[in-house]
Write a protein that binds this ligand. Structure first.
Ligand code: UT7
Length: 344
């Protein structure tokens, strides 16, 4: 099948970058603070460490670093006109209002580029990639910087050991550019997005929005923390990511045998293994990065991509299948052939 296009313009990935805050928290560090063990965390999740931003560091700080590195990887100078838009996927914006992306664009020196946030929790990066690609295909933008950045450590309930051991902070970014060459490696060949709002209570931060307002002295401080029904989310994650991947594979005309690298949302190693099994993609082709960073929500897919590209795992022309799942519920998948791109 032909790549997505209405006017002979395709969106190709031309740069990738990543940034992790320096403070690394090992499983042993967590076991000193709460009732958990390295053995439980490793066997139940595959996670060995995560990075948490120091107090005072916000999502935009991580996003600027990753964005800068992606621009450098694309051999672009961060200056006005370098990109036409900055799309930032995040669940942890610097402030409820305004969006974080305009500040990121300004701090990167990108002038008056369009800039907006996308909120699709752990699927955010795929939603952002899809909207950025759509702008290019429609002819509204020639280059777009797409960033996934999170500081989940700021949302974690210190009394909830389950979420504390899973989530980490970080940022990953890619640059998309218009091209008329449909066969060029990097061209986004197919995308699928989905949602199920009937299950919106499975992953929540209950307070702070218009339904449950943030009032000083509110009776339930826990309502401001991130909460998740892990078991139900686990089952949905495998089913929805597998379904979304199958749709994209059909759209682009690849068999599962032809997938060289499966880059799934890095939530839990058991989820990645179950996804490989369900899809029929051998486990060795699944990119694993969560052992070092945990679940970084919207940053997870671009961080895993940057890590794999940096290690030389992704060869030019390799078939790469991206997929993610998160609160909303939301999910998505996308396919591309890896371009000649390494992180800066
Ligand atoms: O990013 C968006 C998508 N998110 C996900 O995909 C996350 C999906 N869910 C998961 O990855 C898993 O459900 C978790 C990792 C969150 C939890 O693993 P689980 O195997 O489902 O554990 P569980 O919640 O069923 O808990 C099993 C036991 C419980 O003890 P009892 O009741 O059996 O005595 C928990 O209290 O493990 C206990 N437990 C822990 N023990 C040590 C829960 N968290 C911990 C912990 N350390 N950190």
């Amino acid at each position: 099948m032909e790549p997505l296009s209405t006017n002979n313009s395709h969106a190709a990935l031309i740069g990738v970058g990543a940034f992790l805050p320096p403070r690394r928290i090992s499983n042993e560090d967590l076991a000193e603070r709460m009732d958990t063990t390295d053995e439980w965390i490793t066997t139940r999740t595959g996670i060995r460490a995560r990075h948490w931003a120091d107090p005072g560091i916000a999502t935009s700080d991580l996003a600027v670093e990753a964005g800068h590195r992606a621009l450098k990887s694309a051999r672009l100078t961060a200056e006005p006109g370098a990109v036409d838009a900055v799309v930032l996927a995040t669940t942890t914006p610097d402030h409820p209002c305004p969006a974080t992306a305009p500040q990121v664009a300004a701090r990167l020196g990108l002038g008056t580029a369009a800039a907006y946030d996308v909120a699709a929790v752990c699927t955010g990066f795929l939603y952002a990639l899809a909207t950025a690609s759509a702008q290019i295909v429609a002819g509204h933008a020639r280059r777009v910087l797409v960033i996934g950045a999170e500081t989940y450590s700021t949302l974690l309930n210190p009394a909830d050991r389950t979420t504390n051991v899973i989530f980490g902070d970080g940022a990953g970014a890619v640059v998309l550019e218009a091209t008329s060459e449909a066969d060029r490696p990097g061209v986004l060949l197919g995308v699928d997005l989905g949602s199920d709002g009937t299950r919106h209570t499975l992953i929540t931060v209950a307070a702070g929005g218009s339904r449950q307002r943030s009032t000083p002295g509110a009776p339930d401080p826990d309502a401001h923390y991130f909460a998740m029904d892990g078991k139900k989310v686990f089952a949905q994650a495998v089913t929805r990511m597998a379904g979304s991947c199958a749709k994209v594979l059909e759209r682009v005309g690849w068999t599962t045998d032809e997938v060289d690298h499966l880059v799934g949302h890095q939530a839990n190693l058991r989820i990645l293994h179950a996804l490989s099994r369900q899809l029929g993609v051998p486990q060795r082709r699944a990119v694993v990065h969560l052992d070092q960073v945990g679940n970084t929500s919207a940053a997870s897919v671009p961080l895993a991509l940057a890590d794999a590209a940096g290690r030389g795992t992704l060869g030019v022309g390799d078939r790469v299948l991206l997929t993610a799942f998160g609160g909303g519920l939301t999910w998505g998948a996308a396919a591309l052939r890896w371009p000649d791109v390494v992180p800066a």
